[in-house]
Design a protein around this ligand. Structure first.
Ligand SMILES: *Cc1c(COP(=O)(O)O)cnc(C)c1O
Length: 403
């Protein structure tokens, strides 16, 4: 026998609860079947009782589903849960992380507008800005991430958005998000933060004053390397435009992927704590090794922004990069000597990954650009997974022995 659940009951119990409770329970709307797990709605369209009902739903006079490019109950559950975790008024899911960034710019910028981007953002993000947005008359300039005065000086009267990743990849540089938000707002611009490396478990940019958060859910939100997806979270005013673009243009999230991400969020905080603990242990160990010249990790006292990281983040994340002796040959020998860790540029997986940024993710940059960005030939990046940390250390020791 199905039960008639009060649709509001589940959410009304979540007033004032903590992050871990929201991560498990926010956004679920139980159907009359009384399912305890999140239901997966694999349907492209929805039926109406009468022609008048259809007309009212199409016009928006009566709220409800019409077509899964617009809304889907499983996708909505994921959106509501992310909004709760980021402290956002609203969130909207996208097919990939890149679709989230595309949707923000397409919705909020027009030809003639200007965007300021931190220099060290994800490679495809730079391609999107350089190759495509510029073609549609959106101007783009790049600013070193950490220097607040540089941001202030680079803002123009037509600057619409400031776009940052903090911490950056692969060198774990940070920007003071609260201070940068003030700079943006003083000149009428919005601050967008790609929060992929921290997730809301470690950093909530909206609470620090940012206007919009984007994610590649492909990374830690899934956390187990299964699905592609993304999400944008922010205030109603901007989200209305972004939702409108997504519904029209269609880079929306599939309900299956949304369902996977709902499961991912339930363990997000537990996983991030484990990722951080292992990354911290390995970063401290690497710093002691003869073959290692420098370690970049914001959880180390040697990191120039250690204090800011302590204040701004609840943990330092899974990504550790380090420079080894012997330049590119040394770095390649190190990587090839590992046996357990996967050689792949992805991150945010339960499996630890290792990559050589200078010849993979940053290989398209000219040597001088790489040098300016601090991506040395001797740099190796690991994204620490959930394996036993002693086994990971043993594997990295194989790399050190091969130097
Ligand atoms: C992976 C990634 C993206 C792009 O996400 P996709 O899901 O691959 O489209 C954007 N920003 C950062 C920081 C990333 O790591």
């Amino acid at each position: 026998m199905s039960q008639d659940w009060d649709a509001g009951r589940l959410d009304s119990d979540l007033e004032g609860v903590a992050f871990d409770t929201l991560a498990v329970r926010a956004g679920q709307h139980r159907t009359p079947e009384g399912e305890h797990g999140d239901a997966m709605f694999l349907t492209s369209s929805y039926v109406f009782r009468t022609a008048a009902d259809a007309a009212a739903r199409f016009s928006g006079e009566v709220a409800g589903n019409v077509y899964s490019r617009y809304t889907n109950p499983t996708v909505r559950a994921f959106e509501e849960r992310i909004a709760a975790l980021e402290g956002a008024e609203q969130a909207v899911a996208t097919a990939t992380g890149m679709a989230a960034i595309l949707s923000v710019v397409m919705s909020l910028c027009s030809a003639g507008d200007h965007i300021l981007v931190s220099r060290s953002v994800f490679g495809s993000t730079i391609s999107l800005f350089e190759k495509y947005f510029k073609r549609f008359g959106v101007q783009v300039d790049y600013v070193p991430l950490a220097e607040l005065a540089g941001w202030d000086a680079a803002i123009k009267p037509n600057t619409k958005l400031l776009f940052v990743e903090s911490p950056s990849n692969p060198l774990a540089e940070l920007v003071d998000i609260a201070a940068l938000a003030e700079i943006a707002h003083a000149k009428g611009a919005l601050l967008v933060v790609d929060n992929c490396f921290c997730t809301p478990a470690l950093q909530q940019p909206l609470k620090l004053g940012a206007d919009i958060v984007v994610h590649s859910a492909t990374k830690f939100i899934d956390g187990q390397g299964r699905c592609m997806g993304g999400v944008v979270a922010g205030r109603g005013e901007q989200m209305k435009e972004i939702v409108g673009f997504l519904r029209t243009a269609g880079p929306t999230l599939s309900p299956f992927n949304a369902w996977i991400f709902l499961k991912g969020l339930e363990t997000l905080n537990l996983r991030m704590r484990a990722h951080c603990a292992s990354a911290q242990a390995l970063a401290e160990w690497l710093e002691q090794q003869d073959g290692v010249e420098k370690v970049h990790y914001a959880g180390l006292k040697s990191h120039p922004q250690y204090e800011l990281a302590q204040r701004q983040q609840r943990g330092f994340g899974a990504v550790v990069s380090f420079e080894v002796k012997g330049g590119k040959e040394g770095a390649w020998r190190f990587i090839d000597a590992t046996r357990l860790i996967s050689i792949t540029a992805n991150l945010g997986d339960s499996k630890t990954t290792i990559t050589h940024p200078a010849t993979t993710s940053h290989g398209r940059l000219a040597p001088q650009e790489r040098e300016a960005a601090g991506i040395r030939d001797s740099l190796i990046r690991i994204a620490v997974g959930l394996e036993d940390v002693a086994d990971l250390q043993t594997d990295l020791a194989r790399g050190l022995a091969a130097l």
